[in-house]
Design a protein around this ligand. Structure first.
Ligand code: HAM
Length: 426
């Protein structure tokens, strides 16, 4: 026998109750996003490679090491999206959404791809659910974004959350900071890894992405972006912090929070979970006032974040919070061979009436069908045999109470809806 083919490293199948939990979590988060005025957008899973190299930055780990880039049969360089922000802004510009009243608030949910070393909470294909508020430089929209991230996570029941906040400044402050950092890195070059020495020359800010413990330790005494903010960036950061204070949201100002993308300007933020291990960032984002221009568009100051869906599920599990009950089955139709065609018709009619209904497709015996209905957790079973059929009736049995009633076939849907509601109220 041939060996079974397994899923590729860093990818996984999401099965049964895990899949149910995932879609429940996504639905809850989307509901909250919609309450905050965000509408859905769907972009392709692959894009021209240049979209990511230009916006995320050539020297970032994502672009230099982690992208799934390939040539298609037409010789184009394409990349499986490693993140959702650049695609959303590309679509926004391409379709002329600039004429809409700003800010345009969009949300998305879907797979992202990064060639990272897989471990708990870190995968090569993973799901993100995120928002982008496009076209506002108001610090209140920063506060709204940060609150929304925090709120979505706490609404799911998550606790032990820490909100980290920083400002990356604008192009101007970054230039001064980068110059002083470059000088500093030269002096501490001996303490840094080979990658960081290269970063120090090409894009010094990226040294803060390094996961090497020696580099992290050494960089604790490196210059901090907070000391290089211009007046405008400082005022903006103050206003964001004040607004969060007004809302009673606790945060930690964390000057090491540079995040792994070149496109960030001013506010950056991340929510970490105390319930997870090394991969503890549940979601993060920031302002990216220059990204539209990088893509040839006008100046469109914007801000957004993305939540890692798998990490949210891991945190819910670690905290023992059930994200949802498994979907319930309202009824199961048990029938004799002769009555199967009628049972099938009834099944479809009951589903059309809004009930979750099932029947046997495995040609089981009467007893086998009854057992299956029990295993599937049906609230009611409908029994349909020749005798019932001849009289235009069905027997409906409550699985919990064991009571059996006969009702007219034509009245079955109405009877079930009434009694299911009564069951739920009890
Ligand atoms: P990010 O911080 O790279 O930001 O990703 C957001 C979240 O996705 C992370 O906090 C984490 O929960 C999850 N995540 C990232 N990488 C992985 C992985 N390899 N496996 C599992 N989960 C992962 C962004 O992607 C930005 N586009 C967010 C943003 C939106 N900024 C502005 N707008």
């Amino acid at each position: 026998m041939e060996a079974i083919i397994k899923a590729a490293r860093g990818t996984s199948d999401i099965l049964l109750d895990k899949a149910v939990k995932k879609s429940h979590v996504e639905r809850r988060i989307m509901e909250i996003f919609e309450r905050f005025g965000y509408s859905p957008i769907i972009t392709p899973t692959f894009e021209h490679t240049e979209l990511f190299t230009r916006t995320i930055g050539e020297a970032t780990d994502i672009v230099s090491k982690e992208m799934y880039t390939f040539k298609d049969k037409g010789g184009r360089s394409l990349t499986l999206r490693p993140e959702g922000t650049a695609p959303v802004i590309r679509a926004f510009l391409e379709h002329g959404l600039t004429s809409m009243p700003m800010p345009v608030k969009l949300y998305y949910s879907g797979q992202m791809f990064r060639y990272e070393r897989p471990q708990a909470g870190r995968y090569r294909e993973f799901y993100q659910i995120g928002v982008e508020a496009i076209g506002s430089s108001d610090p209140l929209i920063d506060a709204e974004n940060i609150t929304l991230l925090h709120y979505a996570l706490t609404e799911l029941g998550l606790s032990e959350l820490a909100l980290h906040l920083n400002s990356m400044g604008c192009k101007g402050c970054r230039k001064d900071f980068a110059a002083s950092l470059k000088k500093d890195l030269k002096e501490r070059a001996r303490d840094l890894c080979d990658d960081c020495r290269l970063r120090a020359a090409s894009n010094p800010l990226r040294v803060f992405d390094c996961k090497n413990p020696n580099c992290i330790e050494s960089l604790k005494t490196a210059p901090k972006i907070g000391d290089y903010l211009c007046k405008d960036c400082n005022d903006h950061f103050d206003a964001v912090r004040e607004a969060l204070g007004d809302l009673g949201i606790d945060f930690i100002v964390d000057s090491s929070l540079v995040r792994g993308f070149d496109y960030y300007t001013k506010t950056t933020f991340e929510v970490r979970s105390g319930a997870l291990g090394a991969q503890n960032a549940l979601g993060g984002g920031g302002r990216y006032d220059g990204l539209s221009e990088e893509l040839g568009g006008p100046h469109i100051p914007s801000i957004g974040f993305a939540i890692g869906t798998e990490r949210v599920l891991l945190a819910l599990q670690a905290l023992d919070i059930p994200p949802s009950a498994t979907p319930s089955l309202d009824l199961f139709i048990i029938s004799t061979d002769e009555a199967r065609r009628e049972a099938f018709k009834l099944l479809m009619n009951l589903r059309k009436a809004g009930l979750s209904a099932e029947m046997d497709y495995g040609l089981r015996t009467f007893k086998g069908q009854m057992k299956l209905a029990g295993k599937m957790g049906a609230t009611f079973v409908i029994i349909l045999g020749e005798q019932e059929l001849a009289r235009g009736m069905v027997s409906i049995k409550s699985m919990a109470a064991g009571e059996q009633t006969e009702v007219l076939l034509a009245d079955a849907a109405g009877w079930l809806i009434k009694n299911l509601n009564r069951n739920k109220e009890a």
